[in-house]
Design a protein around this ligand. Structure first.
Ligand code: PMP
Length: 410
């Protein structure tokens, strides 16, 4: 017998979704930006601050030792969630943006020679684009962009051709935050490894929905932000495969990462501490672990995927019936497996649509979704983005479609 609570029952665990906002229920469809938090996550953080707060990794009194154990247990929880070999492969950062910047500075900067290639996709969020653009400038490397077609699907023929012996790094998002395209990462890993290059995955839009395993993907590095999987802001994760640890140099200097120091020289601790200078985000790590525990206890990836796919199918069918709406991205993929749908309206700018929806307490994102070059490539000034998570309901989609229809009839 299935004793797991249903999504509808679990939704009651999220205070913000069960509290009237401006006097009526909130429809939260901005989950690609950030997700709402179950009470268990909020409680784990406030309990830590109320009764368990202490510095980690330095002091030998019991309270500090307990805090250190909790912090390291959180690292272990993340390692298991991602299928990492062990917890030394997990580095805590301030977020996904901090993680991509860390990977570039602590590793890639020392690996690139003049004329080497960095391959990324045309779908990247600015945080997995600008850092490579800037690194390519400073290392005299070449930035190669795998293009997309008019549906936003990656040109895999181009990808196979452009990954050559000059390629050192391939860095792509698993799922586009802007239009929902899913990139065949495992295939890119095979091509990258065949020429001795390394594959980095921006998993911000895939990890939160579960089922992401670093061994299955074959990636060398992967990163995401905790706040997109029900965890707190201020913490992100970089997974770095063990065999690359020798190639990592510290990128920030301070306490916690030093093995030994005198006034003129210092040596570094092993991974992951070498990359965690200063007091780490302890409460945030505990909050992230609580979010992952909540996920593994109550949710499962297959059920999330099929629920979100059903919501996406309902949304797309509804949008297709409203004259003057154009859906972006690979609709087939979206209906089958994904949770992000972006569209433009002929009559209204995306910001005006979002403002109108807001007057009905519906939260969506409007703009270029921090992927301006992609919007330019698709020749779209701005789009409206709906992004689902497991707690969204068919009633919310029905309400959304009714409000949008009303707007389009004005
Ligand atoms: N990559 C992708 C695909 C994202 O969706 C986001 C957040 N929108 C980021 C990176 C950056 O995450 P953060 O702002 O939490 O650092």
């Amino acid at each position: 017998m299935n004793t797991k609570p249903s999504f509808a029952q679990l939704r009651r665990d999220i205070p913000l979704l069960n509290t009237p906002f401006k006097g009526s229920p909130l429809v939260y469809f901005d989950n690609a930006a950030t997700t709402q938090k179950p009470k268990a996550v909020i409680d784990a953080i406030s309990t830590f601050y109320a009764y368990e707060n202490a510095p980690v990794g330095r002091s030998i009194y019991t309270l500090a030792e307990q805090a250190t154990s909790r912090y390291e247990a959180a690292r272990e929880t993340v390692a298991q969630f991602l299928g990492a070999y062990d917890a030394t492969e997990i580095v805590f950062t301030a977020g996904a943006t901090a993680a991509s910047n860390m990977i570039a500075t602590a590793w890639a900067r020392t690996q690139l020679d003049s004329g080497d290639q960095i391959v990324i996709s045309a779908l990247e969020h600015h945080s997995n684009l600008i850092i490579w653009q800037q690194l390519a400038f400073s290392c005299d490397a070449e930035l190669v962009i795998i293009p997309v077609d008019t549906y936003g699907i990656l040109d895999m023929t181009f990808a196979q051709r452009c990954i050559t012996k000059d390629t050192k790094i391939v860095s792509v998002s698993h799922v586009s935050n802007s239009i929902g395209t899913c990139i065949p990462v495992a295939q890119l890993a095979t091509w990258a490894h065949a020429v001795g290059a390394r594959l980095i995955v921006d998993a911000c839009q895939s990890v939160p929905h579960g089922g992401v395993n670093v061994q299955d993907l074959g990636c060398d590095m992967l990163f995401f932000s905790a706040h997109k999987i029900m965890g707190p802001t201020g913490i992100g994760v970089a997974y770095i495969r063990k065999e690359l640890h020798e190639q990592l140099s510290p990128y920030q200097f301070g306490g916690g990462m030093v093995y030994s120091a005198d006034y003129y020289e210092a040596t570094w601790r092993d991974m992951p501490y070498r990359l965690e200078a200063g007091t780490p985000p302890v409460a945030e790590a505990i909050g992230l672990a609580a979010a992952l525990d909540y996920f593994t206890t109550y949710l499962n990836p297959q059920e999330i995927h099929s629920h979100e796919a059903a919501l996406t199918a309902q949304l797309i069918q509804g949008l297709q019936r409203i004259p003057g709406i154009h859906i972006l991205g690979p609709i087939e993929q979206q209906t089958e497996q994904r949770h992000i749908v972006s569209f433009v309206c002929e009559k209204f700018h995306a910001h005006d649509v979002a403002a109108y929806l807001n007057s009905y307490n519906i939260c969506v994102r409007a703009g270029n979704h921090c992927a301006q070059p992609l919007a330019d490539a698709l020749e779209i000034p701005a789009s409206v983005r709906v992004s689902f998570y497991w707690y969204n309901t068919h009633d919310e989609v029905t309400f959304f479609l009714a409000v949008l229809t009303k707007l389009m009839r004005t």
